[in-house]
Write a protein that binds this ligand. Structure first.
Ligand SMILES: *Cc1c(COP(=O)(O)O)cnc(C)c1O
Ligand SMILES: [Zn+2]
Length: 402
């Protein structure tokens, strides 16, 4: 059955070139990522907060503003509509007005990468694509392998040998073709670029296809809807490739144009690890693009991206919303995981912990004011990182008592 999708084309944010959404595209001829564009007037007439209220609890509830044209092409594992959890104890401890966590840890495959994979694979299916290929640090590969398997599509995944074993196992179990590389994700990307012409696979690397971002933007729609179409003062996000924060900004401007939210947008905060902070460095210099961050290192492997293809879009979103970019070191991240778990019962991923650590700094410096409302994104489940925390525990003798 046809969806209510109001997609009207693909547009280059750099040179404004337009492309047909009924054909498969990667980057613009100028090298920029492409963004999906919608007929806002038609979408606003077709749906609004009232109509959406009673729809299924998944990201597909925003179908007017999603790219899939035929519902038969939707490949779903029940992704989206994750909880927005108030963090009352953690908020009170650091003097936040209101603090919420959008918890992506319970989504299929355990990270928000499922949103991008669900949308990207569904649209690839609609376009008749049979083979998708990508480099990954782990979480994206796991999500795309799962959705490709469900779609009956071949996935070709290149990953560094030291990417987390759990994600490697997920990818192999899903039947994808895995190629291990003794190098970095950037090396994987180069191998893929060399192989694609002969293979004819569809390159679904971060931001090289336009629909992953359409899946990830639904986090922005959900936050607004879950807050009664009132946006918070601040939304903070762990920024690697930047798809999530670009997507949330895209969602906010779309909702504003649709009249679903007011004119005032939240200030967006990009949080990075101190060991890989190209966006933070660029933001400090008020630069429009970032520079390659050499020898990057962090336990938060999802945000270990030394240079993002969409850096200019991330920075633009920060500048336009009077946002901020902040770095936190791995020691702070490691401390924050058990802190939040013990205060709130939420065992989150290192990337999510980085966000809370970053927000604490912004609150301490009063950039985030006492009465303000902040939403932090936890992008994955702590249980996907079984070896990140190490606790030394005392033993009780078997014949002893406690
Ligand atoms: C990929 C990833 C990120 C970074 O997301 P981008 O949208 O690429 O910036 C953050 N957290 C986790 C857990 C990830 O897997
Ligand atoms: Zn262009």
């Amino acid at each position: 059955m046809k969806t209510q999708s109001c997609i009207s084309g693909l547009v280059c944010p750099k040179c404004q070139n337009r492309y047909d959404h009924r054909e498969a595209h990667n980057l613009c001829s100028c090298g920029s990522p492409l963004l999906a564009e919608y007929d806002i007037r038609r979408a606003a007439a077709a749906a609004g907060p009232e109509a959406i209220k009673n729809r299924p609890a998944s990201l597909w509830r925003y179908e007017e503003m999603l790219p899939v044209l035929d519902g038969a092409n939707i490949v779903s594992l029940g992704e989206g509509w994750t909880p927005l959890i108030p963090l009352a104890a953690a908020g009170a401890k650091y003097g936040f007005g209101k603090l919420y966590m959008k918890d992506e840890g319970i989504i299929p495959t355990g990270t928000f990468k499922a949103r991008g994979a669900a949308m990207g694979v569904s649209k690839a299916k609609e376009l008749g694509i049979r083979h998708v290929a990508m480099p990954t640090n782990g979480n994206a590969g796991a999500a795309w392998a799962a959705y490709a398997a469900r779609a009956g599509m071949e996935a070709h995944i290149l990953m560094p040998e030291d990417a987390p074993l759990i994600t490697r196992n997920e990818i192999v179990a899903a039947g994808a073709q895995v190629h291990l590389v003794r190098g970095l994700i950037s090396d994987c990307g180069k191998i893929l670029a060399r192989s694609i012409p002969a293979r004819g696979w569809y390159d679904v690397s971060t931001l090289k296809e336009p629909y992953r971002i359409e899946g990830k933007k639904t986090m922005g729609y959900e936050i607004a809807e879950q807050m009664g179409w009132q946006v918070p003062d601040v939304i903070a996000y762990p920024t690697g490739g930047g798809v999530g924060i670009i997507g949330i900004y895209k969602a906010l401007t779309e909702m504003r144009d649709l009249g679903w939210i007011g004119e005032k947008l939240p200030r967006l905060v990009a949080v990075q690890a101190a060991g890989c902070a190209p966006i933070v460095e660029a933001w400090r210099k008020k630069a429009g693009t970032s520079e390659f961050f050499p020898n990057s290192r962090t336990i938060a492997f999802g945000i270990n991206v030394p240079r993002a293809l969409g850096d200019f879009l991330v920075l633009d979103a920060l500048y336009r919303t009077n946002g901020y970019a902040v770095a936190v070191d791995d020691a702070e991240i490691l401390k924050t995981i058990p802190e939040l778990a013990s205060l709130e019962g939420t065992f989150i991923c290192p990337e999510g912990a980085a966000v809370f650590a970053g927000l604490k700094k912004l609150r301490a410096g009063n950039w985030l004011k006492a009465g303000e409302t902040a939403v932090l994104l936890n992008t994955g489940a702590g249980i996907k990182y079984p070896d990140t925390l190490k606790f030394d525990l005392p033993y009780c003798p078997v014949d002893g008592t406690v």
